[in-house]
Each structure stands twice: as structure tokens, then as C-alpha cells.
Design a protein. Sequence first.
Length: 339
Amino acid sequence: MKKTPRQIEWEKKGRADERLRTLKTLLTIHSPETLLKDPKFKALGYAQPEINAALETQKKPRVKSARKKTVVSDANREMIRNFRLLDDIFMRRVLRDNVQGVQDIIRIVLQRQDLNVVSVRTEVDYPNLLSRGVRLDVLAKDDVGNLYNIEIQRDSRGLTPKRVRYNLSAIDWNDALSDDDFEKIVETWVIFISEKDVFNNGAPFVDVERYFVGTDVKFGDGQHVRFVSAAYVADDPIGNLMANFRETDPDKMTIPSLAKPVKILKSTKIGVEEMSSTLDEMRKKEREGGREEGREEGRVQTIGLLLASHSPETLMHDPQFLPLGVTQAEIDAALALNR
């Protein structure tokens, strides 16, 4: 995926952060003259202004900043005014702890008025140490233990069968099985609500089920998928629900369990400030993620420069370089980069 100019700038700042951090670490055991003149450090190319800046930051005491008053920018106000339930960041906040709202959505989408939701979680993270983790928009449980994952997808490119498979697998491993009896695995539903009619058939939804080949007998593994089109317009329950998802004005929404929290988040001081803080925090995480990626790249580049005149063993075990904490994995990454 092509990086945006903002991401490139954050990564650039991250590399600068890492260069300064490395310099400050080396200054704890080496004099400025050593870093400037000793051939061991020549590859790093430090200059006197950099050393002066590093020394200056070490002198400055850290001052605890006072808690800032929430200030809502005009840009944030405009975004909040235009938010719809089709915007996942907004939908997750509207449905947080909103059992009635989630129940209304699931009942309408699945056409099951007997279904009773008992718990709701939003932004459910399933980390995976060996591969990519999963974050679910909404995960609900009904009164018999069945699980319902609701996902908003503005871009149809994200509506892939393998993403559905990955979500269902994460739910199975983390929530669907409570003991070793596989027959007790609960039913799981993934409901994808897409902004566009991705199947171009005008239908309100399309189901995905497994069948035995050549028969109309279901496989019966308890996994179900329903793709719902938010472009669907009709005078029926799903058409009404999708109209609510497309609406920006809470006074024009017709489902109270959704309209009420939308109105609070868009029209009250505390709601607007909360959404604004959420937007600011989201941008901060994106910025920090970019800078962290830049710092990692900068560290590997620094190690690569040192490897031009020092062996891996020297960087990992020589007392002159021990404060840097160079690892074998970083050595390997630097060597790969230099090939």
C-alpha cells in the first residue's frame, strides 16, 4: 500500500528520534570528542550541532504538563456533524454498551424478533503472536451464548471471503468454545454492512452458507455470514434500518435506540467533546505508529552503518556498544538491508 505524505513525514521524524536516542545513549559512556573523531564511530557521521542538541536535551528537566482543557477544532466539529453509522469509528461509539441498539440491528438484519442480546463489546482485539491479529467492530452475545460480529465496510475491497474466514476463526478460538466438547461450540454470525451494493443485485442482503456438494443439505458447522447492502432503499424493516445508517441528522432517524446516542454525540457538549477526543486520539495513534516505524528503520540503518567497520560480535558484546543493546535480530535485519 502506497504511503501518504503524512505517513512519510511521521516515519522521517521517527528516524530522527532514533538517531538522537542513539546519540544520547553513546554520550553516557563516550565524550563528544570520541564520537566526532574516533574511527569506530566515523560511519555514524555525527556533527557538533547534533551533539550539542543531544547534550541540551539531557540538561532539561521534565516538567509535568497540566491537564489540558478539551478544545474541539472546527475540523472535528465538521466531521462529527457529517458522521453516519456507516462510519465505523462513529458506529462503534454509538453501539458501545448499547445492548438495545445492537439487538435492534441484529433482529432486523436476521429477521428474528425472538433474539435477545445480553452483552455487547466494541473494538474487540484478538492479538496473535504468530500472525496478524484481528479487531472486530462489534461483538454481541445472545441469551443462549450465540455470537454476532457486526462489521462496517465502506470500501468493498475489504469484503473478501478470506477476511470473513479470518474473523470467524478468531471468534471460534477466543469466544465460541468454552471447554473440550466441540459440540458445544456456539453459533456464530458475521454481519457485514457495506455502503454499496457490492453484488449489484438490488437485494437487501446476500447469505453465505456451506452445503454438501451436489445436495441442498447444509454442512451445519454453525457459521453464518450475511452481507447487507446499505444502498438498499425500500419501505420495509431492512430498508428503514439502512436509511438510519445513511442519515447524518439524528432527528430524522426512526429507530430510538440508535437515534438517541447519535443525538448525544452530535448535539451535547459532553458528546461532541468525547467524539473530538476520540478523533484526536486516533490521529495520535496513527502519528505514533508512523514515528515508531521510522524509529525501527532508523535503528536498523544505524546498526548497518556500524557494521561497515565492526563485526556483529563487537556490536553485541564490546563494552563500548553495550548501552545500545544491539540484538542478533537487529543485526540480521541490518545485514539483509545492506545486501
